[in-house]
Structure formats: structure tokens, C-alpha cells
Design a protein around this ligand. Structure first.
Ligand code: HEC
Length: 140
């Protein structure tokens, strides 16, 4: 194959790859039929075993003494992001930023070094993701 054809093929493939990535900024379809519950979502966010969000994030949680400084303050996330954008950030932040330290809360494929008990499981259940999204939407 002539060199210019190879170069054209490579360009086409990389364009397709970036095109596919740029298209995904939101997951607009809820993961469950039942709507998210903001009060349950708040409980998950401040829970030190379940959500662990405050390990990295701070936010409007006056009762929580120790809050993280590694990640953006969650205050105002509901004004900055749509429901679908928030869902994608929780499901798998790596789809937006491959280097992020934020865990993928609803992804069970493509993880490395997952303990046997956790294989095929997600960090949060689908309904819990929807609850957290509903709560984050209230943070204006
Ligand atoms: C280990 C650290 C860590 C944990 C735990 C974590 N995050 Fe994050 N999160 C980050 C970082 C860092 C970012 C910044 C964006 C990036 O890295 O891609 C971020 C970004 C976000 C964003 C977008 C914020 C913005 O305004 O730009 C939201 C919303 C969010 N996280 C919510 C959560 C919620 C809710 C939880 C718990 C269920 C959580 N995060 C747990 C590290 C973390």
C-alpha cells in the first residue's frame, strides 16, 4: 500500500476515535426506571464506606468535619452540570479524563486488579447512582 494511503487511513482512524470520545459528554438515559431520591443520595455522598466522595471532595455538609481537598468542591455542581453529565461523571469519569483519580462508580468491565469478591460488581448499585445524581442536581 502506498505511504499516503497508509497516512490517510491512520488519520481516518484517529479522527473516528476522537470523534467517538468527544461525542460522549453525558449519559442521558437513567440507569433505573425509578427516579433518584436526593435524600438517599446525600446519605451516600457523606457515607465514609459507601460513596467515599468526601475523601476527595468538599461540599455543603456542615456536619462533616473532614472533607477532601483533592477535587472540586461539590457546591454548585447542579448548576454546572446537567443530569446526564453528572451521571456519566459518576458512572465512569475516565471516559472524560483517562488520568482521573475519581473511581468509576458504575463500571465493571476493564478494571485491573479487582479483588475476587468484587469481580463483575460495581461500586454503587444503579439506584444508588441515580440517587446521587438526584442529590447533586439540588446543589445549586
Ligand atoms: C479518589 C478521589 C475522588 C473520589 C473518591 C470521588 N471523586 Fe469526584 N472527582 C475527583 C476529581 C479529581 C475530580 C476532577 C475531575 C477529574 O479528575 O476528571 C472529580 C470530579 C467530580 C465531579 C465533577 C465536578 C466539577 O464540578 O467539575 C463530580 C460531580 C464528582 N466528582 C462527584 C463525585 C461524587 C458524588 C463522588 C462520590 C460518589 C466522588 N466524586 C468521588 C476525585 C474523586
Amino acid at each position: 500500500m502506498p505511504m499516503h494511503a497508509v497516512a490517510a487511513m491512520i488519520a481516518a482512524v484517529s479522527m473516528a476515535a476522537t470523534g467517538a470520545q468527544a461525542a460522549v459528554d453525558a449519559l442521558d438515559r437513567p440507569l433505573t426506571d425509578a427516579p433518584g431520591d436526593a435524600a438517599r443520595g446525600r446519605a451516600i455522598v457523606v457515607n465514609r464506606q459507601l460513596g467515599l466522595c468526601l475523601l476527595c471532595h468538599s461540599g455543603p455538609f456542615p456536619e462533616e468535619r473532614f472533607q477532601g481537598t483533592l477535587a472540586p468542591d461539590l457546591t454548585g455542581t447542579g448548576a454546572r452540570w446537567s443530569e446526564g453529565q453528572l451521571r456519566l461523571r459518576l458512572v465512569d469519569s475516565r471516559r472524560l479524563n483517562p488520568q482521573t483519580v475519581m473511581p468509576a462508580y458504575y463500571r465493571s468491565e476493564g478494571l485491573v486488579r479487582v479483588g475476587a469478591a468484587w469481580q463483575g460488581k460495581t461500586v454503587l448499585a444503579a439506584q444508588q447512582v441515580e440517587d446521587v445524581v438526584a442529590f447533586l442536581r439540588t446543589l445549586r
